[in-house]
Design a protein around this ligand. Structure first.
Ligand SMILES: Cc1ncc(COP(=O)(O)O)c(C=O)c1O
Length: 340
């Protein structure tokens, strides 16, 4: 246990309102596998947020949501474009490749964001029967670098995908933080931009566990996904522990409150760091992540007291994550130790 961690937004606990929801789920007897009344209630709330045709499936993990999304859209001879730094490429132990048997085409970027210009040269090489065929563009919103696609950038990628018989998937482990950063609704950021599928993360933003995978206008993929979810072992019998969390997360706009706080803390952290000589912030701070190059000698002693990761060992770039329960006092203590 670390009293203060900037290691991950997963390192924080669950919000008290979420623990209350867990308590409610714990009382009495409920149908299993999402057949209790809360699943339908949450479905309606998701449709109100993401557009009337949106259909949600609930899972335990973000990796599960990514795999289920991609598996329900792809054949084994097709390919997925993603940023080299994407979670599906770097941190899922090949889960997407294992379950979809398809090819990941990983594209280097400077800020974690894909553009059609970065994808086109790859598509041009995929014209014949010897090649995996382009099928999905997978982006993360917010990206693994804490950067955010604008609505125009998402729309441009969706239009480009559709013009090339592809689909656009968003890994939304930090979708809440991105929506707060853009000041838009979920529907504006997804359905109205032409996004096909999106995951809506909850674990990193104050829930205990649980993610929703949202099919926008894709009924047949959603029908297949029911069975793929079971095969992926993500159909949990006590689903009410997820749906009741989701209902609380959405009902009181809890997701907005927690994401806003996490984003504001990252802004504050970035402001304080930028006052320190020899520290360079390397990415725009748009959500709850700060990437910065630290003098190499200060990293090990700081890491003894605070948990955080060195993202790029070669250039001493660290990743500092804030979450719904990061406080200014924690940041002030960290800054004090940096300058000491
Ligand atoms: C962008 C992104 N997507 C997906 C995930 C996967 O989440 P999980 O660890 O719940 O599988 C993470 C977790 O760190 C993430 O950062």
């Amino acid at each position: 246990m670390h009293p203060i961690s900037f290691g991950s937004d997963n390192h924080s606990g669950a919000h008290p309102l979420i623990l209350k929801a867990i308590e409610t789920a714990n009382n009495g007897f409920w149908h299993g596998y999402g057949e209790e009344e809360y699943s339908e209630k949450v479905q309606n709330k998701i449709a109100a947020m993401f557009g009337k045709n949106a259909k949600a499936m609930f899972l335990m993990t973000g990796t599960g949501a990514n795999v289920l999304a991609l598996q329900s859209l792809i054949k084994s001879y097709e390919a997925i474009f993603c940023a080299e730094t994407s979670h599906i490429n770097m941190h899922e132990a090949g889960a997407v490749q294992k379950f979809t048997q398809s090819r990941l085409i990983t594209i280097p970027t400077t800020d974690g964001k894909l553009t059609k210009e970065l994808i086109i040269p790859h598509i041009n090489l995929m014209a014949d029967q010897h090649m995996s065929q382009p099928r999905i563009i997978s982006i993360s919103q917010a990206t693994e670098y804490g950067t955010v696609y604008s609505l125009n950038e998402i729309k441009a990628l969706a239009d480009f995908a559709h013009a090339n018989k592809m689909l656009l998937y968003i890994d939304g482990a930090r979708l809440a933080n991105a929506a707060i950063s853009l000041g838009c609704t979920m529907e504006e950021m997804t359905a109205q931009c032409g996004v096909d599928l999106v995951s809506f993360g909850a674990t990193k933003n104050g829930c205990l566990f649980g993610e929703a995978l949202i099919f926008i206008n894709h009924d047949s993929a959603a029908a297949d996904a029911v069975y793929y979810r079971k095969q992926l072992t993500q159909l949990i019998s006590k689903m009410r522990y997820i749906t009741l969390q989701m209902e609380t997360y959405i009902e009181n706009d809890l997701w907005k409150e927690t994401a806003l706080h996490a984003n504001q803390m990252a802004q504050y952290l970035a402001e304080r760091l930028s006052e320190i000589k020899n520290i360079t912030i390397t990415q725009p701070v748009q959500v709850n992540a700060v990437f910065a190059i630290f003098p190499k000698e200060i990293i090990p002693p700081l890491q003894e007291k605070y948990h955080f990761y060195t993202w790029n060992e070669a250039r001493y770039e660290v990743r500092l994550m804030c979450s719904w329960n990061t406080t200014k006092d924690m940041i002030n203590a960290f800054i004090k130790d940096i300058v000491a």
